[in-house]
Design a protein around this ligand. Structure first.
Ligand SMILES: Nc1ncnc2c1ncn2[C@@H]1O[C@H](COP(=O)(O)OP(=O)(O)OP(=O)(O)O)[C@@H](O)[C@H]1O
Length: 375
């Protein structure tokens, strides 16, 4: 039996109680450039109708991963499956045009000399009227049917992006690969187009792998986030889980500013000026960092040189002096210089909160909002 046949029987995954074969599965993919693994043992699955975001900083290997799935780049190790069938390993390779994969990139470049309708119909086969009908259907889906006979230059950037989406979806791809598709759009347009794109992709039941370096975009679009760093996926899960149960300090810092308190563990407790933090299972003498986001630092007013009472939930208050307070639109950012070691801690507060520079205030760190990581 040929190798690709023996590898095609993949286990299904459970989704909402049903067995579902992943629309896309990549297994242990590696790609080396000049001896360096820029994609290093990456595995992930995307179910039909699911959006998975490959999220990570510039250069971490996101686009290379996408290019291997599209088939324009060849992996050095690993396998790619679509609907449980092998489409590519290091020996066997379905060519890009037969992978039923749609692509959408930032510089999506519509053909300027073709009408909007002909752009959308470009990748379709069959009689002209059928192709036009499909183009019309897709343009209608993105609310642009009235522009079918116009030319790309007559449309705004956002409208052109929607035409590009319609064009990518017209051949009914099983999988849509999107590489920073919204980064060329201005901020005000972007949210609307993201939401519209998402609803069209869901209606078509397409499996989507979206590459982005913007955490807000991933949180807004993704059912699953795969957090990538230095060629590897360091954490994968629903946005809420990735945000609230980060695997390390860098995973916290990728989504927001962080505050850090250094400490050492003794008897499974880390002692800090904010009181003790539980560090279960961490050996005595281990240097750790207590990490928390600025929105979780609690601020209290000074009461004749004292702060609020210590509690089990929030620990001991520590005093800080306001260094700077800035209004950022829907929140305020306040920076405190801490009495205990002169370090700066940041707090964000909803709406307007602009205490005067030099004012003393008391800060506490809710225990259920912080993470203890080895240093
Ligand atoms: N053809 C190539 N030859 C050599 N190195 C390459 C090649 N393609 C990519 N790289 C390197 O591989 C690493 C990963 O690149 P890749 O484009 O996949 O990252 P990325 O996460 O998509 O980044 P960005 O968001 O900036 O596009 C980078 O260090 C890049 O310089």
């Amino acid at each position: 039996m040929p190798e690709q046949m023996t590898k095609s029987a993949l286990p299904s995954v459970q989704a909402e109680g049903h067995e579902v074969t992943p629309r896309l599965e990549i297994r242990n993919i590696r790609r080396f450039f000049e001896g360096r693994a820029v994609v290093d043992d990456v595995s992930l699955t995307v179910l039909p109708g699911q959006v998975t975001c490959l999220l990570g900083p510039s250069g971490c290997g996101k686009s290379t991963t996408l290019r291997m799935i599209a088939g324009v780049e060849m992996q050095d190790e690993g396998e790619i499956y679509v609907d449980g069938k092998l489409i590519c390993d290091t020996l066997f390779r379905v060519p890009p045009e037969r992978r039923e994969i749609g692509l959408m990139f930032q510089d999506f470049a519509l053909f300027p000399h073709l009408s909007v309708g002909d752009n959308v119909a470009f990748g379709l086969k069959g009689p002209k009227d059928q192709k036009r009908a499909r183009a019309h259907e897709l343009l209608d889906r993105v609310s642009l049917a009235q522009y079918i006979d116009d030319y790309p230059h007559q449309l705004s950037g956002g409208e052109q992006q929607r035409v590009a989406l319609a064009r990518a979806l017209a051949p009914r791809p099983k999988i849509m690969l999107m590489d920073e598709p919204f980064s060329g759009l201005d901020n005000r347009l972007r949210d609307g187009i993201r939401d519209e794109t998402l609803s069209v992709l869901k209606e078509e039941d397409t499996a989507v792998l979206l590459v982005t370096h913007e955490p807000e975009e991933a949180m807004r679009m993704a059912d699953e986030i795969a957090l990538m760093r230095d060629g590897r996926i360091v954490q994968q899960g629903a946005p809420y889980n990735v945000y609230t149960r980060p695997v390390d300090k860098a995973a916290v810092a990728f989504f927001s500013d962080v505050n850090t308190l250094p400490a050492q563990v003794n008897g499974a407790l880390a002692e800090t000026p904010f009181g003790q933090f539980l560090a279960p299972g961490v050996p005595d003498g281990t240097d750790v960092e207590i990490v928390f986001r600025p929105q979780h630092l609690r601020i209290d007013f000074d009461r004749n040189g004292r702060g609020p009472e210590a509690t089990a939930r929030d620990g001991v208050p520590a005093r800080g002096i306001v260094q700077r307070a800035r209004f950022l639109g829907n929140e305020s950012l306040v920076e405190f210089r801490m009495d205990f070691d002169g370090s700066i801690l940041k707090a964000t507060v909803p709406n307007v909160f602009l205490p005067a520079e030099g004012r003393a205030m008391w800060l506490t760190v809710p225990r259920d909002r912080c993470f203890v990581f080895p240093r």
